[in-house]
Design a protein around this ligand. Structure first.
Ligand code: FES
Length: 196
């Protein structure tokens, strides 16, 4: 079962994807889920100030977990084990608890992803309307090749997801925070050109 995590503090609903644009560490997140450089803390300077502002909006520090994780993903593009440890530390939680939350919600990345993260609904109602062909076109046109893989240029990662709540408008896709309905294989190339 998949789950989505709303972006606390922003008011965005569950259908709003994570911000997966340029991270502070550069453009391509093409690795395998391990940090190669020494870990640099996320919560310092302006980002620490944003976290402390969030503390004033929630009844407890622990209640800030979801938005704190969004801040990490915004900064790094994904949430590494050291980042989980840092979040646990700043919120007075255990790393195991934080990891349980990160791995429950599909919208948190536990490995590096492309600059643009594409989610395509392939659940039955969309599938019988051609979602499979849309997914294949996305994998081909992005150069990703396989679901979950990042394109060689670091631009895209494509995954399939369960119902996006637009069953009457097959095939819906999410590109970063952009919800696009009625996608066909023929439209894929034009859509991708908007995302560099
Ligand atoms: S089944 Fe695809 S949006 Fe609902």
């Amino acid at each position: 079962m998949s789950a989505t995590a709303g972006q606390g503090g922003s008011g965005a609903g569950a259908a709003a994807g994570a911000h997966r644009g340029m991270s502070e560490h550069g453009s391509a997140h093409g690795g395998k889920g391990t940090e190669t450089a020494p870990y640099e803390r996320v919560f310092k300077g302006e980002r620490l100030a944003r976290l402390e502002w969030l503390f004033t909006k929630y009844p407890t520090k622990q209640a800030c977990l979801l938005p704190a994780l969004w801040l990490v993903q915004e900064a790094r593009g994904w949430i590494s084990e050291p980042a989980i440890g840092e979040v646990a530390e700043v919120l007075d939680l255990t790393p195991a608890y934080v990891k349980g939350v990160v791995t429950f919600y599909t919208m948190y990345h536990t490995h590096p992803v492309g600059r643009h993260f594409i989610q395509v609904c392939t659940t039955s109602p969309c599938n019988i309307c051609g979602a499979e062909d849309v997914m294949k076109a996305l994998l081909r046109e992005t150069g990703c090749g396989d679901l979950g893989a990042t394109s060689p240029d670091g631009r895209f990662t494509v995954i399939e997801v369960e119902c996006l709540g637009a069953c009457g408008f097959a095939t819906p896709i999410l590109v970063d925070d952009d919800f696009i309905e009625g996608v066909t294989p023929e439209k894929v190339s034009g859509i991708l050109q908007r995302y560099q």
